[in-house]
Design a protein around this ligand. Structure first.
Ligand code: GTP
Length: 229
């Protein structure tokens, strides 16, 4: 039997006015073998909610920007090597004033997707500060992935792809450019995280280590190489 739960989420418009939106949260009691918590982090407006909605519902939330207030989550079950992996994905508010709320959730997360907006230099420059916060509040072995979002807006690009790659390399984390609008690399980012977490949880001592960088590269090649970042 399926259960449905609804929740009131306080959302805030760009001009600061607050409104409550009635949302469906965890909807169906879907079967799964193993579950992980994933958090989306990054400055306000980089596209965290849109990336999550793209992955969960295959849609793009265009139109007026409504900033997340506090924290919200959605579940999605994906197949990884014949196992049903449930990702409980926490969407955090990027605005500074909600940091203390989101810090409280860091410790529970097994993976963090850290986003910047390729059309916003400040959002990229702030990535180092985000990584400092992550090292302060998150689990030591948390899986981190860096995403340069809004790659569809080529005309307004101010952060080069190479700069994202360089920063990711410096911190030893995988990197991709994504677009919540076109869907580019969004599913791949979550699937790579799901695979890494599943391997870590089920790995036997003599099993070869899952190489997330190699996995991402092989998937990019499969889907036609050069259009993917
Ligand atoms: N063109 C384009 N616009 C995007 C993309 N992702 C998000 N946007 C737009 O960017 C704005 C901000 O998106 P959100 O997903 O709400 O940003 P957020 O990071 O969740 O913001 P906070 O909730 O304040 O932390 C919205 O107007 C989106 O429509 C993308 O990949 N391409």
């Amino acid at each position: 039997m399926s259960t449905r739960k609804t929740s009131l989420t306080d959302k805030q418009t760009k001009n600061g006015t607050s409104k409550y939106v009635l949302e469906r949260c965890a909807s169906v009691n879907e079967y799964y073998d193993i579950a992980f918590k994933v958090m989306l982090l990054g400055d306000s407006s980089v596209g965290k909610t849109c990336v999550l909605v793209r992955f969960k519902d295959g849609a793009f939330l265009g139109g007026n920007f409504i900033a997340t207030v506090g924290i919200d989550f959605r579940n999605k079950v994906v197949d990884v090597d014949n196992l049903k992996v449930k990702l409980q994905i926490w969407d955090t508010a990027g605005q500074e004033r909600f940091r203390s709320v989101t810090h409280a959730y860091y410790r529970d997360a097994q993976a963090l997707l850290l986003l910047y907006d390729i059309t916003s230099k400040p959002s990229f420059d702030n990535i180092r500060a985000w990584l400092t916060e992550i090292h302060e509040y998150a689990q030591k072995d948390v899986v981190i992935m860096l995403l340069g979002n809004k790659s569809d807006v080529a005309a307004e690009r101010v952060v080069k792809k190479e700069d994202g790659e360089k920063l990711a390399k410096e911190y030893g984390v995988p990197f991709m450019e994504t677009s919540a609008k076109t869907g580019l690399n969004v599913e791949l980012a979550f699937l790579a995280i799901a695979k890494e977490l599943k391997h870590r949880a089920t790995q036997q001592p003599n099993d070869p280590k899952f190489q997330i960088h190699d996995y991402i590269e092989s998937q990019k090649q499969k889907s036609g190489c050069c259009s993917l970042v």
